[in-house]
Design a binder for this molecule. Structure first.
Ligand code: PEP
Ligand code: MG
Length: 868
């Protein structure tokens, strides 16, 4: 079996065998570009290395040595030569790029003899010994795991003795002294001399690169990025070229287009008389690539031709590393370049227009999650560099917010009324905080996961939110937030980044996203291809309007309980809850209905003909009742009743497990008049709109069903009320009645339930909670632990668990459709906006997904990708 390929023998489609770097080096070699010659040891060799107890077996060694001899004859250089020594780089090359995760050794082949050869060849003794001491340190660190610090302390002491500030000021003699001392460190640590034989060096270096596949940071990186542990890494052995051989040499990094904006001009930097690491290390300021045109016109022309040629060849923007050795251009690496989301869109559209790729290819090039960056203002990256990071939480809802800290919604509201910008900081939020959240710039919580109240509501509002920042201790009572020994009080300014989860001290400057014309063009292509409808979860006219602007096909979930919390109606809601009999309850409901009618009227108007799925009241009633003494007193006064009545109600409504308690349909079976009030408000609003010429498509959604008879009981109640409204007004509206599927029992009985439902909408938040038996509000803590320990890949609350819950959903969909072929089926839980979950929903032929307005463009793109 062949384990080593010279660059001539490979091509770009051999990534899995040669790794990304090796495959591209081979491809470029065969395009006749100036690539320093070399060869690649395959990923299969890496895997066998692990089977052979981490040893390089004899046949592999022989294969490497024979390629090395070939390299010597093709370059005219020899390993260990005192005249023209061959030096090589030994670099890892995984199948998928894992930047900075694995090891590299440069200048391999240097020893006491070849260093003289290098000095002679370059006429630069200083350069030769500088390379040698770097090699000893790099080799010792990477291959032998001798701590770098041992070498650094030698370097520092020689610098001090000779009064040298910078490494670059060291003379050749001083560097020679360092080399001698480095070799002593090596001997002390390894009990043997620094290996002088280049073949031994190469063998040890290859082994080290193989081993770096399993170093801690590489393992973690793979876990985070879903890269298979079994892929293994290739090893690239390539003859060195030097950009530091004088003023005629240099090195640089360039992109074929601007990776920040997508502009089609070449973009990059270079340094003359320098080695690769100098550009990155920032010791000298690199020059802008276009000045190379004046400095070395011929080299520049060749460079420009090469980069454009590679771009058309790979049909994507390229990120190139190059070196100029004594006026000759060498290409050391090419790969598809990383880019910002706006650049990704601009480049994809330009490449289609230039005829290089198809629309489908363009759509596959843009990652759905990345476009959320385009929809919110962001912090200025320059200003972030200058800011102090306080801590980091979950990136719960993208956006950038700065403002004064407030610990209660009331105080935040007052401050906002006085024109202050506010960031609400709480342990966690509850529905009571809605108003505070509406006026806040952003929300920071110390507890709760991605589906905690704060996160879900913030995403729904398109509001910046960092949730579950567990290092931040929030003392709501004393209005102080602590991180380690630092304290932040009411009125202190912080900035939070909902796209990264970062929390900064003070105000960080913002820059507005520019939604270019290309974004619209791109999204039009997306809509041409996708099949799934994308609806939005929204319960205010503003959110509804935003959702439509972002391309939503209507509203898929309006959580009506959020309407109950608004100013001046919560009182009536509480009165309704405290009512002891149906007459009093109806009296209170009569006070609520005008508000609800107005809410729905405004929503219908904002939707202007788009479908509107309205979910009737879901949470248990005690969520609406105040629990602290002060608020209870206030409520008693407002309702003109004894405090005791409220206390009694609280005791009466208390539940050990509210999430599995008296909510959803159970509430409606007990108090049908509540749903009757809601549907009356809906139909009265709809009739009003119809009369004004606004088309309306209400879809009434009943939460948490478990059973056909239960659903039918409530359905009859509400249809009776609706028919009354129609008769009273001598007018009719087309409407649907459907249910959310959120309990495991409902998924099993779908065939029966579908007979009485016009549509199903999977509430994956509750369905996940109930199927796993994990509380959606408390499970963040241990789910993170499961992810860290590799038991879960992701939280099932964010990305659908296809194996388990996906199975239920698929079965439920099939049985539902079998008994009611016209049934419409969608999803409105959090997973409805998750690209990976959308792929599955598309596959099992659902009709739609519904997500927060700001996720609508992301979901559209994911749905198009799922079709390709
Ligand atoms: C759900 O459970 O998935 C859902 C959409 O409803 P809610 O989050 O309001 O319980
Ligand atoms: Mg639910």
């Amino acid at each position: 079996k062949k384990y080593v390929y010279s660059f001539k023998e490979g091509n770009k489609d051999m990534r899995s065998l040669l790794g990304g770097k090796g495959a591209n080096l081979a491809e470029m070699t065969n395009l006749n570009l100036n690539v320093p010659n070399g060869f690649t040891v395959t990923t299969e060799a890496c895997n066998r290395f692990y089977e052979e107890n981490e040893e390089i077996w004899q046949d592999l060694e022989n294969e490497i040595i024979s390629h090395l001899h070939e390299l010597e004859s093709s370059t005219g250089k020899q390993f260990g030569s005192t005249e023209n020594p061959l030096l090589v780089s030994v670099r890892s090359g995984a199948v998928q790029s894992m930047p900075g995760m694995m090891d590299t050794i440069l200048n391999l082949g240097l020893n006491d003899k070849s260093v003289i050869g290098l000095a002679n060849k370059s006429s630069n003794e200083r350069f030769a010994y500088d390379s040698y001491r770097r090699f000893i340190q790099m080799f010792s660190d990477v291959a032998m795991e001798i701590p770098k610090a041992y070498f650094d302390s030698v370097l520092d002491s020689v610098k001090e003795e000779n009064n040298r500030d910078k490494d670059t000021e060291l003379t050749a003699d001083e560097l020679k002294e360092i080399v001698e001392k480095y070799k002593k460190v090596y001997k002390r640590e390894m009990n043997e001399d620094f290996p002088q034989d280049p073949i031994t060096q190469l063998k040890l270096a290859t082994k080290a690169v193989f081993k770096s596949w399993n170093n801690q940071r590489a393992k973690i990186y793979r876990k985070l990025n879903n890269i298979d542990d079994k892929l293994g890494t290739a090893v690239n052995i390539q003859s060195m070229v030097f950009g530091n051989m004088g003023e005629n040499s240099g090195t640089g990094v360039a992109f074929s287009r601007n990776p920040a904006t997508g502009d089609s001009n070449v973009f990059g930097e270079y340094l003359m008389n320098a080695q690769g690491e100098d550009v990155v290390a920032g010791i000298r300021t690199p020059k802008e690539i276009h000045t190379l045109k004046e400095q070395m016109p011929e080299v520049y022309k060749e460079f420009e031709d090469t980069i454009k040629r590679l771009e058309s060849h790979y049909k994507d923007m390229q990120d190139l590393e190059f070196t100029i050795e004594e006026g000759k251009l060498f290409i050391l690496q090419t790969r598809n370049g990383k880019r910002t989301s706006s650049a990704a869109i601009n480049i994809a559209v330009d490449l289609v227009n230039e005829g290089l790729i198809s629309k489908e290819e363009a759509i596959m090039r843009v990652s759905p999650d990345s476009i959320s960056q385009l929809l919110h203002p962001n912090f200025d990256p320059e200003d972030i560099k200058k800011s102090t990071l306080i801590s980091k939480g979950l990136a719960a809802s993208p956006g950038a917010a700065s403002g004064k800290i407030y610990f209660t919604s009331e105080k935040a509201k007052l401050a906002a009324q006085n024109g202050e910008k506010v960031v609400i900081v709480r342990q966690e939020t509850s529905p009571e905080d809605i108003e505070g959240m509406i006026i806040a710039e952003g929300i920071l919580t110390s507890r709760g996961g991605m589906t905690s109240h704060a996160a879900v509501v913030a995403r729904g509002m398109g509001k910046c939110c960092v949730a579950g920042a567990s290092e931040v201790k929030v003392d709501e009572e004393n209005e102080v937030m602590r991180v380690d020994s630092r304290e932040y009080h009411t009125g202190d300014i912080i900035s939070i980044d909902g796209s990264t989860g970062e929390i900064f001290e003070g105000e960080v400057k913002k820059i507005n996203p520019t939604l270019s014309g290309n974004f619209e063009i791109f999204m039009k292509w997306v809509d041409e291809i996708k099949r799934l409808k994308i609806k939005a979860n929204a319960d205010t006219p503003q959110d509804a309007t935003q959702a439509i602007e972002f391309g939503a096909d209507g509203i898929g979930l309006c959580r009506t309980e959020h309407m109950f919390f608004k100013e001046n109606r919560i009182i009536a809601v509480r009165e309704m809850i405290i009512a002891k009999n149906i007459i009093d309850r109806k009296k209170a409901l009569d006070k609520i209905i005008p508000f609800q009618r107005d809410d729905f009227y405004k929503m219908f108007k904002a939707l202007n003909g788009h479908s509107f799925t309205i979910r009737l009241l879901d949470p248990p009633l005690h969520e609406f009742i105040p629990h602290n003494e002060e608020d209870i007193k206030k409520l008693a006064e407002e309702l003109n009743i004894d405090k005791k009545v409220i206390h009694d109600t609280i005791i009466e409504l208390a539940e050990v497990n509210p999430m599995l308690g008296h909510r959803g349909l159970r509430l409606a079976v007990t108090y049908p008049e509540i749903y009757r009030m809601q549907v009356r408000a809906i139909m009265e609003a709809a009739i009003k709109c119809k009369k004004e010429g606004i088309s309306v498509h209400p879809e009434i959604m009943i939460p948490l069903s478990i059973d056909r008879d239960e659903l039918n009981f409530v359905k009859k109640e509400i249809m009776e009320e609706i028919n009354m409204v129609f008769e009273e007004n001598s007018e009719k509206i087309d409407y649907k009645v459907g249910t959310m599927i959120e309990t495991p029992r409902a998924t099993i009985l779908a065939g029966e339930i579908a007979k009485v439902a016009d549509f199903f909408s999977y509430g994956t938040n509750d369905l996940t909670q109930m199927t796993y038996g994990f509380s959606r509000d408390d499970s963040g803590k241990f789910i993170n632990e499961y992810i860290r320990k590799g038991i879960f890949e992701k939280s099932p609350f964010e990305t659908l668990d296809i194996k388990g819950i996906g199975y239920l959903i698929k079965m439920c969909t099939e049985n539902g459709r079998a008994s009611n072929p016209n049934i419409q089926i969608g999803v409105c839980g959090e997973t409805g906006g998750d690209p990976q979950s959308i792929k599955f929903y598309n596959e099992i032929n659902l009709d739609y997904v519904s997500c927060s307005p700001y996720r609508v463009p992301i979901a559209r793109l994911a749905a198009a990708q799922a079709e390709i």
